[in-house]
Design a protein around this ligand. Structure first.
Ligand SMILES: CC(C)(COP(=O)(O)OP(=O)(O)OC[C@H]1O[C@@H](n2cnc3c(N)ncnc32)[C@H](O)[C@@H]1OP(=O)(O)O)[C@@H](O)C(=O)NCCC(=O)NCCS
Length: 178
């Protein structure tokens, strides 16, 4: 559990499924992160289950972002592990030295434009470096995803190499400061 001025970040729980589903079925929020998943509408619990699997596999994963004031679920931010040889999802254990953690983020659209993403991501970045011993963090951002690039800049990240994601085409690996 991580607390910031306005937010609470915690591991997802099954009760997050409903607001999480609203986020992952919003084609605008999902435009640059794979689009709306074909199974999204059929099985509401699947996205939270997938997030929890990542925690089980890697000891880290996406946090749910909650507003302290009213407990409202705003979105998610956290770590996803890639294999840099193939730019596919993996685990620390199976990719070993080829594992690269990514700091990712997404908020439900009604909560954009209030600085919540920056506040949440900064806290998770500090946690990742301090508590997880992570050496290097990147964010993989589609060249057309201007909002995300603005957020990366606000966080002090800088654009690095362009990599080809197995499911998403070319993405710029933004390097986070330590
Ligand atoms: C990317 C994304 C998280 C950015 O959200 P965001 O709300 O714009 O980002 P921030 O939290 O940094 O908020 C900054 C905005 O809040 C405004 N703001 C208002 N109150 C604020 C406050 N108290 N503190 C800071 N900023 C504040 C800023 O002026 C800025 O507005 P602007 O973008 O119009 O200049 C959001 O667009 C999103 O979820 N997109 C879909 C998912 C996605 O593409 N994820 C990225 C994968 S790489």
């Amino acid at each position: 559990m991580i607390e910031t001025e306005r937010l609470l970040l915690r591991k997802p729980v099954p009760e997050d499924a409903e607001p999480a589903l609203a986020l992952i079925t919003d084609p605008i929020a999902m435009e640059f992160i794979g689009g709306v998943h074909p199974d999204a509408g059929t099985e509401p619990g699947f996205v939270v289950r997938r997030w929890l699997e990542r925690w089980d596999d890697n000891g880290c994963g996406p946090f749910s972002i909650l507003r302290r004031e009213d407990g409202r679920w705003l979105g998610r931010t956290g770590l996803l592990v890639w294999d840099v040889r193939t730019w596919t999802h993996t685990t620390f254990e199976s990719a070993g030295e080829h594992a690269q953690p990514e700091l990712g983020w997404a908020l439900a659209r009604e909560h954009w434009g209030q600085g919540y993403a920056a506040e949440a991501v900064l806290a998770v970045r500090e946690w990742a470096y301090a508590e997880r011993g992570i050496e290097r963090l990147v964010s993989l951002i589609a060249p057309a995803n201007v909002r995300s690039q603005r957020l990366a800049e606000r966080l002090g990240a800088t654009p690095g190499e362009t990599v080809e994601l197995f499911d998403g085409g070319p993405h710029v690996a933004w390097e986070h400061p330590r």
